[in-house]
Design a protein around this ligand. Structure first.
Ligand code: COA
Length: 324
């Protein structure tokens, strides 16, 4: 059985926060943010009303509708987030409850910005094995509530935003679907992009561990190398050349990283879809949000060769190749 993406959806909070809005609360500038990251605005949702599970629910409804599938035919939920509503249980069961689904399994994964490509690999393996037929895979990230919106946290907080994306992945005998996934991690860099979240257990000095930390230049340096590594492996395995890609959707971490990869692969603007200027970095949700938008715009057609690639905290990174 092949594992095909048959439906896509997304949801972002209504509240638009521009770079100019951030200038009011921290020492930063629209010029600095645009020049370094390409970001013009992002969405910040209410921590409760637009929690990861609530945004995920809205994206899931759109994906189910797009897939034209009865929600009761879903036999597995996969949920990816770095900021679950609760420390435990994970968001997968909250989504199952909110969708009023029967007692299907709900699996949470935690690979941060690489969550979408990791989740696709899980879905593919389950469907290839015959264990499940219709998987609802949701990536949702409520991140604004944990950002330090003062000058101290500016190197991180100007980059991130809230949002959710979802896909329905179904078994098919047709010649399409997820062709391959290529996953990596390197825990030696675990502390270079982290939120340790000691939950009050730290000493006064360690309280900063309750805030996200990022070694930006190091992350940038690794990202450009690792994106290329994961994409090149997939191209070789699938016997493809960059010009054979109809659509490349990189994780929306930083427009400068995406542009670097595009140049390295010699891809045209038409082959690449970016939307970071509108949403910032929405971690694992960034690729499915972009995919859902691209789909709405008619940029992905049956038979197209699509590549997704991501890099992020862990470090974790990977790529996925899909015949649409
Ligand atoms: N506004 C204005 N100035 C800022 C700022 C902000 N929001 N954030 C940092 N700065 C300042 C720094 O304090 C530093 O000032 P100094 O030179 O006086 O010390 C200066 O800008 C340069 O900081 P640096 O961190 O070296 O900048 P950079 O050119 O590396 O760009 C990032 C910073 C974060 C944009 C860049 O490193 C990056 O994109 N990294 C990867 C991030 C990423 O993709 N993360 C997610 C991975 S999934």
């Amino acid at each position: 059985m092949n594992a095909a993406i048959i439906g896509v959806g997304h949801h972002v909070p209504d509240n638009v926060v521009t770079n100019k809005d951030l200038e009011k609360v921290m020492e930063t500038s629209d010029e600095w943010i645009k020049e370094r990251s390409g970001i013009k605005e992002r969405r910040f949702g209410d921590a409760i009303e637009e929690s990861s599970s609530r945004m995920g629910y809205k994206a899931a409804l759109m994906a189910l509708q797009n897939a034209k599938i009865d929600k009761h035919d879903i036999d597995l939920i996969i949920f990816s987030t770095l900021n679950p509503d609760y420390f435990f249980p994970g968001c997968g069961v909250l989504l199952q409850r909110d969708l009023e689904l029967k007692e299907i399994p709900a699996l949470d994964i935690r690979q941060q910005c690489s969550g979408f490509v990791y989740g696709l690999s899980v879905a593919k393996a389950y469907i290839n094995s015959g264990m499940y037929k219709n998987i609802l895979f949701v990536c949702s990230e409520q991140q604004s509530a944990m950002l330090d919106l003062t000058t101290r946290g500016r190197n991180i907080s100007v980059l991130f935003g809230d949002g959710a994306g979802a896909v329905v992945i179904s078994a098919t005998i047709e010649d399409k679907g997820i062709l391959s996934t290529h996953l990596y991690s390197e825990g030696a860099f675990a502390e270079e992009l982290t939120l340790k979240y000691l939950q009050g257990k730290g000493t006064v000095e360690e309280k900063d561990d309750n805030l996200p930390f990022m070694n930006g230049p190091l992350v940038f340096k690794h990202a450009v190398l690792r994106f290329s590594q994961a994409i090149n492996e997939g191209l070789i395995v699938n016997n493809l050349k960059p010009e054979n890609l109809d659509l490349f959707i990189p994780h929306q971490a930083n427009l400068r990283i995406s542009e670097f990869i595009q140049k390295k692969l010699n891809l045209t603007d038409n082959q690449v879809y970016n939307n970071i200027e509108k949403y910032g970095n929405t971690t694992s949700a960034s690729i499915p949000i972009a995919l859902s938008e691209a789909n709405k715009k008619g940029k992905v057609k049956p038979g197209d060769m699509v590549c997704f690639a991501a890099f992020g905290s862990g470090f974790t990174w990977g790529s996925a190749f899909v015949k649409w």
